[in-house]
Design a protein around this ligand. Sequence first.
Ligand code: GDP
Length: 440
Amino acid sequence: MIQLETICALATPQGIGAIGVIRVSGERTFEIVNKIFKGKDLTKVDSHTIHFGTIRDENVIVDEVLVAVFKTPKSFTKEDVVEISCHGSDYIIRYILKLLLQNGCRMAQAGEFTQRAFLNGQFDLVQAEAVADLIAADSEAAHKTAMNLMRGGFSNQLKELRDELIHFASLVELELDFGEEDVEFAERDDLKSLILKIQNFLKKLIDSFDAGNVIKEGVPVAIIGPPNAGKSTLLNILLNEEKAIVTEIAGTTRDVIEDVLFIEGIKFRFIDTAGIRETKDVVESIGIERSKDAMRRAEIVLLLSDNQSKDEDFISDIEEEKVIRVLNKIDLGENHQLVDYIRISAKNNIGIDTLKAAIVEKAKTKKRADTMLTNLRHYEHLMKANEALGEVLNGLDFGITGDFLAQDIRLSLHHLGEITGSITTDDLLANIFSKFCIGK
Ligand code: GDP
């Protein structure tokens, strides 16, 4: 185990609450906390026990607290850990943290507790990252996905496959040691089938990325229809009813403002169709191109017609399973030719509940895998690993020499290792864990 300084931080949110929890982790945890805690001697109590006492600064009683004790290695960080539950006042919390610092702790950096857990082998990198996802999860589906990853998800299987590949790599490297003598320890056919097996596994994960992102970012919905059908009116009424959160999603080619709303606990993200709205007077083909693009990215397409015309021609090559047909402006009179349409009036709030139920239904019928890729970093390495494995396969087909083969295998192993953290650099770790909040 790597022994580092003893760190402390507030683990609960800043601000006033019923209780605040301060975490301490490291080699000197019990020694330091003992100095300010008047109660039992924490070096003498059992792991996983809770103790009542007071926190004191000389003769001043700072607070009455409960102290939870976790002894190495049976703690989150695998180090000695104490969690002090105090009253959730800013003043008390700052006071206790100050006392801990004065007695030898240092403030934890963002994500440092989780980073230590990772470094001490509590879990792999995928699982550590899932902890952050779990905290950020704001819907049932996002919670389920993060929980699955945290509990091992795809990393265990990935590790097994990587180990098998390492076995082959060492056989190939062994051949190299024999130099001139034309020997083959690594059965080429077996290697090939292993690589195909790994690629198959990777491809499934890679394909799940889009679905995984849907969970994290919200099910993408596009409202499509000819100018004046009532698209903006419909969007507004949906957003007003559900108290939409408008989020700015940075990091895309431009900073798009997207509307996110929850209906029955499912997160939906309305694809920015502002461009389509603007095309009323512009060449119609641009509008259609944009609509097609929005439809391609959407998982649900609300195809909106107004009452006057059958607007199917507006979009020709539509993917049927995505579409919900909606007839708007029924207050102006009925068009009985249009069957299979959900009939609404966006302006007069008629039929909106039925439409919402249909949207939820569509989102629920979509089949989703248990294990889904939600992390761009994993996605990138899986793609690279897959590519490198493709090179190994090519090499095998062309019968290239062992040294080139070994090189390609090593590259694949490298990318696979970077996903779970078997191979890491300090920069990578710093980057990942800095995204956590302090105290986690
Ligand atoms: P968009 O171009 O598809 O975004 O359409 P808008 O939302 O801007 O609506 C075009 C016009 O139709 C506006 O004048 C709206 O007030 C009107 N409109 C929208 N929904 C209804 C409705 O249910 N009934 C009636 N009578 N008018 C509507």
